[in-house]
Design a protein around this ligand. Structure first.
Ligand code: ASP
Length: 313
C-alpha cells in the first residue's frame, strides 16, 4: 500500500571516480547545487504538484547547471559535437517521452516531456526531434551555449587515450573543478504517483550517433506506480544489456522487494553479469528511497517521506 500523504524525491548528478570532490570548493559547489534543486523539487511536491512535474523541474535545473553533464554542461562526442539524450516517464499510466541524439536544445528533458504529451510517439531522434521542437516552440540555444574549453580539453584527453571516458573519470591532469555528471530525478507525490527523468550528454568521445541508456525506457529510466521509479548513470551499454531499470522494477513486482533490497539485487546483477560501471537512484511505491553504485562515487541526494534533505557523493 502506498503511503498517500507523504512524498519523497531523489536526484543524482552522475557516477564515476569523482577525484575532483577531494577539492573542498568543488565538493561544496556540487552539494549546494543538489540541495537547492532537491528543495525546489520538494516545494513542487508540497504545493500539490505531481511526481512528473517535480522530476521535470529538477531535471531542468540540473540541465541548466554547467556542473553536470546534461543540457549546457554536456560532454563532446568524437566529432567535437554535443548530442544529448533524455527521457521522462509517468508511473501512473506508463506514459513516456524520450529524445536521442539531439543538439542545440536548451532543455532536452522538456522536449522529452513534449514528445510524451504532444505526439503519438515515445521517442524522437536527431533531425526529427529538432523539427518537433520547433513545432512546439521549444527554444534552441546557440552552439556556444554548450561549448567550454574544459569540454574540449576533456575530449582531447579521451582522444589521446584512444578511448571513451565517463565524464567523472578524467585524470588528475585535467582541470578537476570542471568535470560534470549525467543527471536524473525520481519522485513519489502526495497522491502516491511515481515518475522518473534522466538526461545526459553521454560519454566523452562517444561515436557520432551513439545513443546510451538514458532515453531507453527500462534501461536508464523507468517508472511504474505498481513498483518504483528509477534513474541510472554510468556506462549506458551496461544498463542496456541488463535492462537495468526494469530489472530493479521486476525485483519489486515479482519478488516483493522494496527499494533498498531491489537496488542491492540490481547492482549485484549488474556487476555479476556485465561488470557494469555506474549507479542508480530508486524510490518505491511506498516512497522509500535507495541508491547504489559500483563506481567509487555517485553524486546524489534525497528527501524521504518529507524528512530532511540529504546530499552526498
Ligand atoms: N549513462 C550515460 C550514457 O551512457 C552516461 C552517464 O551516466 O554518465 O550515455
Amino acid at each position: 500500500m502506498a503511503r498517500i500523504g507523504t512524498y519523497s524525491i531523489m536526484v543524482h548528478g552522475g557516477a564515476g571516480a569523482l577525484n575532483n570532490v577531494n577539492d573542498s570548493r568543488t565538493a561544496v559547489r556540487y552539494l549546494e547545487s543538489l540541495r537547492r534543486i532537491l528543495e525546489h523539487g520538494r516545494d513542487v511536491l508540497t504545493l500539490g504538484g505531481s511526481a512528473l512535474q517535480a522530476v521535470e523541474a529538477c531535471a531542468t535545473l540540473l540541465e541548466d547547471d554547467p556542473l553536470f553533464n546534461a543540457g549546457c554542461g554536456s560532454v563532446l562526442n568524437e566529432a567535437g559535437k554535443v548530442e544529448m539524450d533524455a527521457a521522462i516517464m509517468n508511473g501512473h499510466d506508463l506514459s513516456a517521452g524520450a529524445v536521442a541524439g539531439v543538439s542545440d536544445i536548451t532543455n532536452p528533458i522538456q522536449l522529452a516531456r513534449r514528445v510524451m504529451s504532444h505526439s503519438k510517439h515515445v521517442m524522437l531522434v536527431g533531425e526529427g526531434a529538432l523539427r518537433f521542437a520547433d513545432s512546439c516552440e521549444i527554444p534552441r540555444a546557440p552552439k556556444e551555449y554548450f561549448f567550454t574549453p574544459q569540454r574540449v580539453a576533456q575530449l582531447e584527453e579521451a582522444r589521446a587515450k584512444g578511448s571513451m571516458i565517463l565524464d567523472h573519470d578524467g585524470t588528475d591532469e585535467q582541470s578537476d573543478d570542471q568535470k560534470y555528471g549525467t543527471i536524473g530525478a525520481v519522485a513519489f507525490d502526495l497522491q502516491g504517483n511515481l515518475a522518473a527523468a534522466t538526461s545526459t550528454g553521454g560519454i566523452v568521445n562517444k561515436r557520432l550517433g551513439r545513443v546510451g541508456d538514458s532515453p531507453i525506457l527500462g534501461a536508464g529510466v523507468y517508472a511504474d506506480n505498481e513498483t518504483c521509479a528509477v534513474s541510472a548513470t554510468g556506462y549506458g551499454e551496461d544498463f542496456m544489456r541488463t535492462v537495468f531499470a526494469k530489472t530493479i522494477s521486476d525485483y519489486i513486482a515479482m519478488q516483493g522487494m522494496n527499494a533498498g533490497t531491489a537496488t542491492h539485487a540490481g547492482i549485484e546483477y549488474l556487476q555479476r553479469r556485465v561488470h557494469g560501471r555506474g549507479g542508480v537512484i530508486v524510490v518505491d511505491r511506498q516512497g522509500n528511497c535507495a541508491s547504489g553504485f559500483t563506481t567509487k562515487r555517485m553524486i546524489h541526494g534525497w528527501i524521504e517521506h518529507g524528512g530532511s534533505t540529504v546530499v552526498r557523493f
